[in-house]
Design a protein around this ligand. Structure first.
Ligand SMILES: NC(=O)C1=CN([C@@H]2O[C@H](COP(=O)(O)OP(=O)(O)OC[C@H]3O[C@@H](n4cnc5c(N)ncnc54)[C@H](OP(=O)(O)O)[C@@H]3O)[C@@H](O)[C@H]2O)C=CC1
Length: 313
């Protein structure tokens, strides 16, 4: 069994390769049983253990991911864990892949894939809300899908936004930090949020016709990145039906009655299979809400393992 580190994940993947693997995975039949979430009591802040299984005809994965809020003070990353990739037919373990890194790649890839169907073809101005671990992956994934003229980065604390803008500019991307969120949101074609915010950051009233809003962060009912008005003005799509019941934003709006569950147009599998229509008009506002799916981990782990084995993707 290969043990594949974060650096080996980076060496194996490109945004285009990741999106292609996800597009293929969403088109075939996979099984994704409900994820397990367990609380691990911890004096430094309760930790969470997440178990996410999925399989298709050839492979199976179980992602084991822990979230220890106390780890920052210990000089360790908050998220730890691995994705165990095995042969479906025999159970033979093939690889143990760095789970936090794989999660960054597949989450960004899923949003970029959704934006293929939901963003305007002439989208050229991206606003990134948040400057944490996911932000550079989200920006690179969206930038690989379309030529971006402007990349604005807003963060609750301005310094991480400035640092991220500088490092992306050094890669040749047209990135700059901004401090006025409303002005930046009004000027954007594509707004991507990846934060831990508990209050709506992006207001529906700010969205220009034709905007695509990509909501990645809120994963509990206590979390929000966009207000109800943003969801009510938009054609809303989700990564998987889980997003209707779990997480913030869409699930919260559906639970409160602010958004009818039937108003949600469909999921990423439907978009990829052509059974759900994407954007239909240039002035339509669209929302994609993701909560993550084990089938994305499966697609990403297989792509990384195949690269490490020297096999074609
Ligand atoms: N949909 C999916 O499939 C996945 C979603 N996620 C989620 O995406 C989000 C971002 O992940 P990641 O980048 O790894 O996280 P990080 O911890 O690396 O970054 C968190 C970001 O959120 C900002 N933030 C924290 N608290 C607030 C707040 N109260 N208001 C506004 N901004 C805030 C931080 O700003 P500051 O620098 O000021 O602290 C920082 O920009 C998380 O919620 C994570 O759970 C992660 C993986 C998969």
């Amino acid at each position: 069994m290969k043990v594949l580190s974060a650096a080996e994940v980076d060496a194996a993947l490109t945004p285009a390769r990741m999106v292609a693997a996800l597009a293929a995975a969403f088109r075939v039949e996979t099984t994704t049983p409900p994820r397990h979430l367990h609380t691990l009591p911890d004096p430094a802040g309760d930790a969470t253990l997440l178990l996410m299984p999925a399989w298709d005809a050839e492979h199976l994965v179980v992602k084991v991911l822990t979230l220890h809020p106390g780890n920052a003070a210990r000089g360790l990353a908050t998220f730890q864990g691995g994705v165990l990739l095995s042969e479906r037919a025999t159970g033979l373990p093939l690889a143990l892949v760095d789970a936090p890194r794989l999660t960054l790649w597949r989450t960004a890839g899923a949003s970029a894939l959704a934006a293929r169907y939901l963003a305007r073809p002439d989208t050229s101005r991206l606003l990134m809300v948040g400057a944490g671990a996911l932000a550079p992956f989200m920006i690179r994934a969206h930038a690989a899908e379309r030529p971006l003229r402007e990349i604005a980065i807003w963060n609750r604390r301005p310094d991480p936004a400035r640092a991220l803008a500088a490092s992306l500019a050094a890669e040749g991307l047209p990135a700059r930090a901004v401090e006025n969120l409303e002005a930046a949101a009004r000027a954007a074609d594509l707004i991507c949020c990846a934060t831990l915010s508990e209050v709506p950051l992006v207001r529906g009233a700010w969205l220009a016709p034709g905007t695509h809003l990509d909501l990645v962060g809120a994963f509990t009912p206590q979390m929000r990145e966009a207000d109800d008005a943003a969801l009510q003005r938009a054609s809303v799509y989700v990564d998987t039906p889980d997003a209707l019941a779990k997480g913030g934003d869409v699930a919260v709006a559906v639970a409160s009655g602010a958004l009818a569950a039937e108003a949600v147009r469909g999921d990423l599998a439907g978009l990829c299979r052509g059974t759900v229509a994407g954007r239909s008009r240039p002035e339509e506002i669209t929302v994609f809400k993701s909560v993550g799916a084990a089938l994305e981990d499966l697609a990403a782990a297989v792509a990384v393992w195949r690269h490490a084995e020297g096999r074609a993707a």
